[in-house]
Design a protein around this ligand. Structure first.
Ligand code: ADP
Ligand code: MG
Ligand code: MG
Ligand code: MG
Length: 414
């Protein structure tokens, strides 16, 4: 049931197929037959091409009717390109300049032509390589806060918010991936799981922990039924591209309405995994300083998120929630209400953070920072710390009330 005419692009056919798009052809320049086309997709799901001509380069991302990582035995709807496109244009409005500019979208070909980010590289690889990015925490914290706030009933006209919630509610297949691969598979012997063999005893401990599994299901209940805002849905360090002083967020095909703490928690988890895996990637002399920097990024992301959310609360609270008519207009502070909202987001984030730390070691899609550690005994030792910290977060998230508490916990597991 592919759309009529849908056909995956190849390096050889791309020029002929996209050369007729005037705007795209002008950006690239020259003869489409002579464009330099490279397939660079390193993600789990889609085709990504860099197309270069005399005038410039663009990126062409096209969905496949199956999961790239697994093959055609696992079909996946092409419509994910539609959700990615709709998320990108909303994110561009909510945090201008933070996502690649969209040049062209073709629904039936499930393809997006977008700005080529260069010389940006994927943040996950930079963290493995020990590269810092100036302003990283501020920019990421602001992105998460702005998209959370501006996509919610705190800010949007409610008819528009409901229309968007309805639009993204149809992203069933990608939500299902999150509901299964993130929230469920790590906790039983699911067919697509794999883990470092030495982890067997730790995995058995986690799967036997009924109190923890119950908390994970409470978090899944939040994810599945608490449609607070339009999430990025896949906001890990592989969805961020940086230079030494710029940062862009890519790949929002998992966008859906969900709890605000989800994006924040997933992002923090990926910095924690970068932190806990550093002993395998840094020399003993470089290790302390780089780990300290990662912890400062974690603290600063949380601070920047809180600052920006507070700023928007005081300046853009135009939706149906906590209306100024009930607070400021009557001379009452809404500060305590804001503090309650931020505390609830943080509590959710801590739970989602712990779950993300689990699934990246136990479920289908693993992280390069652990996966590239060739010495499996060392890998298992670091992964085990990560798993046990995740468990602590899931069980004790109510006691991890501040970013300082989170950093102190990470230091205990390091
Ligand atoms: P997937 O959905 O398959 O994970 P991504 O959107 O994450 O695909 O893209 C896969 C890879 O392609 C990224 O890791 C990055 O290296 C490259 N890439 C994607 N978008 C861009 C872009 N706009 N500019 C430059 N490189 C990009
Ligand atoms: Mg990706
Ligand atoms: Mg592994
Ligand atoms: Mg993706």
């Amino acid at each position: 049931d592919l759309p009529a005419g849908y056909d995956p692009l190849t390096v050889d056919t791309l020029g002929a197929r996209l050369g007729g798009l005037a705007d795209v052809a002008t950006r690239i320049g020259g003869d489409p037959g002579a464009w330099d086309v490279r397939e660079v997709g390193d993600g789990n799901l889609n085709l990504v091409f860099i197309v270069t001509g005399p005038a410039g380069s663009v990126v062409v991302k096209q969905a496949l009717p199956y999961v790239r990582l697994v093959g055609d035995s696992w079909p996946l709807p092409l419509k994910r390109a539609f959700f990615e496109y709709h998320a990108l244009i909303r994110q561009a409005a909510r945090d201008p300049g933070r996502v690649p500019q969209v040049h062209y979208f073709d629904d039936s070909q499930a393809l997006i032509v977008m700005e080529f980010l260069s010389p940006h590289t994927i943040l996950r690889g930079r963290l493995i390589a020990g590269q810092k990015t100036a302003g990283l925490a501020d920019t990421l914290g602001r992105f998460a806060a702005r998209t959370a706030f501006r996509g919610s009933d705190l800010a949007m006209p409610t008819a528009q918010r409901k229309a968007d919630a309805a639009l993204f509610l149809d992203n069933v297949a990608l939500c299902d991936i999150t509901e299964s691969l993130v929230f469920t598979d790590p906790y039983f012997d699911a067919p697509r799981n794999h883990h470092t063999p030495e982890l067997g005893p730790v995995v058995a401990t986690l799967r036997a922990d009924v109190a923890m599994k119950t908390q994970v299901q409470h978090m899944l209940t939040r994810f599945a039924s608490h449609g607070e805002t339009m999430l990025h849905g896949d906001l890990h360090t592989g969805s961020v591209m940086c230079t030494d002083d710029d940062l862009r967020v890519i790949d929002p095909e998992f966008a859906c309405y969900g709890p605000m703490g989800f994006d924040l928690g997933m992002m923090l988890a990926n910095f924690l995994m970068a932190y806990l895996s550093q002993p395998a990637h840094r020399s003993a002399s470089d290790l302390p300083a780089f780990q300290t920097w990662i912890l400062s990024v974690i603290r600063d992301i949380a601070a920047s998120y809180g600052d920006e959310f507070g700023h928007l609360w005081h300046h853009e609270r135009t939706g149906i929630l906590y209306p100024p008519a009930l607070f400021e207009d009557q001379g009452h502070s809404s500060g305590p209400a804001l503090a309650d909202r931020l505390a609830a987001i943080w509590q959710d984030a801590m739970g989602f953070c712990g779950i993300e730390m689990h699934r990246r070691v136990l479920s289908l899609a693993h992280n390069a920072e652990f996966e590239t550690i060739a010495d499996t005994a060392l890998r298992a030792r670091l992964e085990a710390r990560n798993l046990m910290m995740g468990r602590d977060l899931i069980l004790n998230r109510a006691d991890i009330a501040t970013p300082g508490d989170l950093v102190a916990l990470a230091q205990r597991y390091n």
